[in-house]
Unconditional design. Structure first.
Length: 267
């Protein structure tokens, strides 16, 4: 695993760095090119808003983007926002004592969520593999709120699953190959350490539920979300169009894999 420069803290018996590695590996099993999208994301942040941006890490999870942001741009500050108690516990444990980072618990489906933020505007709002659980109508409304938070000249970037339904044969071939490679990677995984071997989404959450520190937050997480569900994942063209309708001056893809796309919108 590549060192991404996270500041880790072990408190209350929890190995935050271990949980971060485990989360990264679980996500990389689904997305082997995950680090490449983060590299491009931070390239564009630095190019458009400079080396010391104020960033909103939207639906931050364990603080994946924040970790890479601070390793790449140490002068940055980050507000991480999420609703998941377990992922926020890992994020807060990881960045404990780092005054560049603030975490906020808020529900993106609550129209008042921006009022919980410590700042009224941001140089950049960044998110990855997190908003696909929203359906198109609430996602469009969220884009309008994000547009109000991004300062003039600032950026919004969303790297996520975006499905182009006009290419069904390409989509089917990509999906089949991706799942074959995932099966091969999992079959070759190291089963000695729970925090190191390849776990899928369900197995990762089962492990979290058995951890003495994360068991309570994980139970609360399932009370909030229930089982994992996805939204309708509209196409990149839909995202670009809606972002411009909601107040961004420019919007287009700046990175893509066969299954995922990163949209950049400039205010």
């Amino acid at each position: 695993m590549t060192d991404v420069g996270t500041t880790t803290t072990t408190a209350g018996g929890a190995d935050w760095s271990g949980w971060q590695r485990s989360w990264d590996r679980q996500q990389e099993w689904y997305m082997p090119d995950r680090e490449e999208r983060f590299r491009i994301m931070l390239d564009m942040v630095e190019a458009l808003v400079g080396p010391a941006p104020r960033v909103l890490d939207l639906a931050c999870g364990t603080g994946t983007i924040t970790a890479r942001l601070l390793a790449r741009l140490p002068g940055a500050t980050s507000t991480g926002l999420d609703l998941d108690p377990a992922l926020l516990a890992i994020a807060e444990g990881t960045f404990a004592g780092d005054d560049r980072v603030t975490f906020v618990a808020a529900d993106l489906k609550d129209p008042q969520w921006p009022a919980r933020l410590p700042y009224g505007s941001y140089d950049a709002v960044l998110t990855a593999t997190a908003l696909h659980w929203l359906h198109s109508e609430p996602l469009a409304a969220l884009y309008g709120q994000v547009a109000e938070l991004v300062r003039d000249g600032g950026v919004f970037m969303n790297a996520d699953h975006m499905i182009d339904e006009t290419t069904p044969r390409i989509n089917a071939a990509e999906r089949a190959q991706r799942h074959t490679r995932m099966d091969q990677a999992k079959a070759g995984g190291d089963s000695d350490l729970v925090t190191e071997r390849v776990l899928d989404w369900a197995e990762w959450w089962q492990a979290a539920a058995q951890d003495p520190v994360l068991a309570g937050p994980t139970a609360r997480r399932y009370e909030i979300y229930g089982e994992h569900a996805d939204g309708d994942m509209p196409s990149p063209a839909w995202h670009a169009r809606v972002l411009k309708e909601k107040g961004f001056g420019e919007a287009r893809a700046v990175w893509a894999s066969p299954s995922d796309t990163m949209l950049l919108a400039l205010k």
